[in-house]
Design a protein around this ligand. Structure first.
Ligand SMILES: [Zn+2]
Length: 402
């Protein structure tokens, strides 16, 4: 079935890995990177669909890497996606350097006891998922409505994390409710979230605390004593509590903003694109985004507000005033968006949030409840594709008059 028939979620979770299994997973990561690169090298300039790349490169991957049959297939598909993306951007031939490996239900099994079994280049490994106690991952793991789906293993600084994918069939859309208003939200590294109504949620403290924690970890790793391990664990728990509290504040703030502006939808850019679109984002930030989204969904559901994801490509390059799209519309040093064509300027995250809302309107009915967005909520008025901008003051039921 096509991707669009499912709602997808990802829960980022740590993995408890024994030294033997860690060695096996590291070998898999190396074989995967090599396999993807081999497939790209074969197919670059030749073909780019999954089936073509698979047909062209599969045998060579099986001969020249230790990847099992299904991982060899997945690596050719990953290569095809990378080639397609590079072609769309007229970019260079992709290089596979990031230590990640894709899994599907044939290469992983998730068990009810919260362990996962993973195919490697040798024996399968089985490890415990390190779940957080706020139920963030369990919401999907323990809910029969969500089934495990495409996932990704990440290896960084000696630690493995697993981006566990879930999917659930998208309910059929009967009759789209027209006329919903959407709040757009742009996620980022400096500002964790910015809404299309110009509310900014900074990530300064989140980044600062994480840096402090990394310093503690680096200094304690060197000592390796038992008390050092305890200190590190306590520091980890402290930052975990802080992060959770801050994410709840931001999630509550976003939903409050939606309620205040009478929005029935909140739109985010698809998180699966975040790593590609935000090169400055680290695994930590991707993890923050995933958790924030799940907190927002939870909180939004209580208010009867639906959360949707839209394709975020070019939302940071497009001018919300005139639609002109160009990478150099952005002045990255100053976080400013300055349109080369109409000279409109705005904070670049704010401009992106407006574009995300607008894309949601353009896309038509999309949420599980069949809501179709008709207007984007901005700080001072609504934007629709047909009528353009209307200030709240001119609307009969203005959500806010400022
Ligand atoms: Zn412009």
């Amino acid at each position: 079935m096509a991707d669009t028939e499912y709602c997808r979620r990802t829960a980022v979770t740590g993995l408890s890995v024994s030294p033997t299994d860690a060695a096996r997973l590291r070998e898999l990561v190396d074989a995967w990177k090599r396999g993807c690169q081999l497939a790209v090298n074969e197919a670059w300039g030749v073909c780019h669909t999954r089936s073509e790349v698979q047909q062209l490169a599969y045998d060579r991957l099986r001969e020249e890497t230790d990847l099992g049959s299904q991982h060899a297939v997945l690596a050719t598909h990953r290569a095809a996606e990378a080639i397609k993306r590079a072609r769309e951007r007229e970019g260079e031939r992709p290089e596979f350097t990031t230590p990640t490996v894709a899994f599907d239900t044939r290469t992983m099994t998730v068990f009810d006891d919260h362990t996962v079994s993973l195919t490697t280049t040798g024996e399968r490994v089985r490890c415990d998922l390190k779940l957080s106690d706020d139920g963030y991952q369990s919401r999907y793991l323990d809910d029969d409505e969500w089934e495990p789906a495409k996932s990704t293993l990440h290896y960084r600084d000696g630690e493995f994390t697993f981006h566990l994918g879930f999917r659930t069939p998208r309910p059929a859309i009967d009759s789209p409710t027209e006329g919903a208003t959407v709040l757009g939200v742009d996620l980022g590294v400096e500002n964790l979230a910015v809404t299309s109504t110009a509310r900014f949620f900074g990530a300064g403290e989140l980044n600062h605390r994480r840096d402090e924690f990394e310093e503690v970890r680096a200094s304690l790793d060197a000592t390796g004593t038992r008390s050092a391990a305890r200190t590190l664990r306590q520091a980890g728990e402290r930052i975990d509590r802080f992060v959770r509290q801050r994410l709840h504040e931001v999630a509550n703030g976003i939903v409050a903003e939606a309620v205040e502006y009478d929005c029935e939808l909140i739109a985010f850019g698809e998180l699966s694109e975040a790593a590609d679109l935000l090169p400055e984002a680290e695994t930590y930030h991707e993890w923050l985004f995933e958790r924030l989204l799940s907190f927002v969904e939870y909180r939004a559901a209580e208010e009867g507000v639906a959360v949707v994801e839209v394709n975020p490509e070019y939302t940071s390059q497009r001018c919300m005033e005139c639609g002109f799209t160009h990478p150099q519309n952005r002045n990255l040093d100053e976080s400013q968006f300055e349109c080369l064509k109409c000279e409109a300027s705005a904070h670049d995250d704010y401009n992106a949030a407006k574009n995300i809302a607008f894309r949601c309107v353009r896309r038509g009915p999309l949420s599980s409840r069949g809501l179709g967005a008709a207007a984007c909520a901005l700080q001072s008025g609504l934007v629709t594709p047909d009528d353009g901008f209307t200030p709240y003051a001119e609307l009969s039921e203005a959500p806010r008059s400022d």
